[in-house]
Design a protein around this ligand. Sequence first.
Ligand code: UD1
Length: 422
Amino acid sequence: MKDRFLVTGGAQLRGVVNVSGAKNSVLKLMAAALLAEGRTTLRNCPEILDVPYMKRVLEGLGCQVEINGDTVVIDTPAETSPNADFDAVRKFRASVCVLGPLTARCGRAVVALPGGDAIGSRPLDMHQSGLEKLGATTHIEHGAVVAQASKLRGANISLDFPSVGATENILTAAVLAEGTTVLDNAAREPEIFDLCEMLKQMGAKITGEGTSTITIEGVEKLHPTEHEVIGDRIVAGTWAYAAAMTQGDITVTGIAPRHLHLPLEKLKVAGAHVETYDRGFRVRMDQRPLAVDYQTLPFPGFPTDLQPMAIGISTVAQGTSVITENIFEARFRFVDELMRLGADATIDGHHVVMRGVTGLSSAPVWSSDIRAGAGLVLVALCADGVTEVHDVFHIDRGYPNFVENLQALGATIERVSTTDQF
Ligand code: UD1
């Protein structure tokens, strides 16, 4: 059974939408629960498919996991299995975040590699070299990354690139290492800050989180904790761009607007009125958006996960935009789908030139990943007629109640189950 969405274009989205916890935080926080024996409770968890997928990974390692609405409770045993096998991890790439905690806790980790991704290759070399600096040996064997360490020792580590995943795996290993680790060129994403907050509540000694140098003084033992997941800035940003593209007026709550500073600034340049509050923002657009250039960069740069929304708004903007993708090389695949709707685009390496058009018309389109799928829906909302968006299981991995939220904002969209395999 595959679901698709039928999206009718033309509505101006208006209303209030609350975002729940960040996908890119909750999965790492769930993995961090492996670091301490006992019951860890996470609140404000998003109801998305990746959370039960992560539950399965943790259960395979010996934890008991309960999901109850937006609360996830993980009961970690005194000893966990070090093996995260392919069946458990194949559904999603983020499962690799168990590598650091398992190496620290069990002295050994065998984590199957979920393989390629529709947004480009995602090597683990920085994860491996970071763990090696801490005293582990690592290698790839039978499709799994294997890390082994009788004792982890603090070290000075400088990343080639501020990788989010490598920063997380190094952090979650270094918290239980002997001595001090200084991690330079670390990722500064708000989700890293959230992970450090939780690790500190568990007894870890960390300073510098949120900057590019994080210092971790290893401790012998961590204890379980209760933690509230930060709001999802990518979901919030998706609603912000939906307001601007449909010339609507959306207020988003449950998010710190500073986590979306640049995407909101870009919307102002495109002609939107943006107001920010303590825990939210409002985007109102009363004209056709103006063309703006974008380039994706690590935080606080423009997030690669909002690049489909940048391309989406450029599709309908007045003028020509250049969008440069600096993080994932294959993230322009969905532009071909946009062209079916009438987008005018030229791809040149990691740049795409979008000449804004009026008069998009509906066509069947296929989602290739979570964010591209959401981007397609936003553009479909600007097209004449009813657009069929296929393979929406991608969207379900990252956007809780996507259809219901869109309907509440005034969109005409429905979910249809189909047995067609195409
Ligand atoms: C995380 C997010 C993803 C987001 C990305 C960048 C999760 C579950 N996913 O992915 O949504 O788009 O951050 O903000 O949190 N790289 C290497 N070697 C490595 C590690 C990474 O070359 O060992 C490269 C990658 O191929 C990519 C770049 O570094 O080109 C950034 O990747 P990274 O920051 O690690 O992204 P993820 O943690 O995989």
